[in-house]
Design a protein. Structure first.
Length: 291
């Protein structure tokens, strides 16, 4: 199987993993690579904590190397190969590396639109811490290729030897370092959970602000519509008044025209009467002369 196809599967979120795995397996089978196709088909969907651990390593390989180196020093300290001071330094370095990787894990989960819970972050921290300790998972942690959640190792992880049944010593039996509790992975996960709650509160506040703004905008739009309706009603009334005045003006114009015609006719009658009076006067004058 090509490295790019193989690596791609370790970057796919769990919600999309099965579809992408089947697509690649089908493509490999069609390409005449049945063995690779069968291997890919058997890959299980990663848990959120496995996905988060792999993405953290791929996002910050420097911190992953620092974690592996610090864990190796701790392993040597457990079997007495280095001094107590070196143990404290190695533990502090491990915590610092885990803190950085957990921040990357959280960012990867958010980018994939996945739930960032304290439980997921604790399991992610265990995958990185325990996976960097065991010989068979160290290479997988280093390359961001974990396939499943890592179980807590026993004392054989420190010595390479198996203990008698019933005498397993787990990592959590190692006394916590009192001088560096602020860097403990559990504290880091609590901080991440608190940050998640703060982010959700901020998101709720932003949503409430947006809803309030939407309500104000709707109120303003309703008020503007009412104003528009009032103005439109006044416009309609004004148009009706203009039409009425136009009709009255047309009627008045007709009356003026009729009066003008009647005035002209009256003037003509007056002129005719004046002419008749003048003829009568002339006739009277003529009669007087004859007498």
């Amino acid at each position: 199987m090509a490295d790019t196809e193989f690596e791609h599967l370790f970057t796919v979120p769990p919600t999309k993993f099965v579809d992408e795995r089947n697509r690649i397996a089908t493509a490999l089978r069609k390409a005449g690579r049945p063995a690779d196709a069968a291997w890919v088909k058997k890959m299980a969907k990663p848990t959120p904590s496995v996905f988060a651990a792999n993405q953290a390593v791929r996002r910050d390989p420097g911190s992953a190397r620092a974690l592996l180196e610090a864990t190796e020093r701790l392993r040597n300290a457990q079997v007495g190969r280095i001094s107590g001071d070196a143990f404290g330094e190695a533990r502090s370095a491990q915590h610092r590396a885990l803190d950085r990787l957990l921040e990357e894990s959280r960012a990867a989960l958010l980018a994939a639109d996945m739930n960032v819970s304290q439980t997921v972050l604790e399991k992610t921290a265990n995958n990185l811490r325990w996976g960097s300790l065991l010989a068979d998972t160290r290479p997988l942690v280093e390359k961001g290729r974990l396939l499943r959640d890592v179980r807590p190792p026993g004392f054989e992880a420190f010595t390479g030897e198996s203990l008698a049944p019933g005498r397993q010593l787990h990592l959590r039996s190692v006394p916590p370092e009192k001088t560096d509790t602020a860097r403990d992975p559990a504290v880091a996960t609590q901080k991440a959970a608190a940050a998640e709650k703060r982010l959700k509160r901020e998101q709720r506040a932003r949503i409430a602000g947006l809803r309030s703004g939407l309500t104000r905008a709707k109120t303003a739009a309703l008020s503007a519509k009412r104003d528009h309706d009032r103005v439109d009603e006044r416009r309609k009334r004004a148009e009706k008044r203009v039409e009425q005045l136009q009709r009255e003006m047309d009627s008045t114009r007709d009356e003026v025209a009729e009066a003008t015609r009647e005035g002209r006719a009256a003037a003509q009658r007056v002129s005719a009467a004046e002419a008749e009076v003048e003829r009568a006067r002339l006739e009277i004058d003529a009669a007087d002369i004859e007498n």
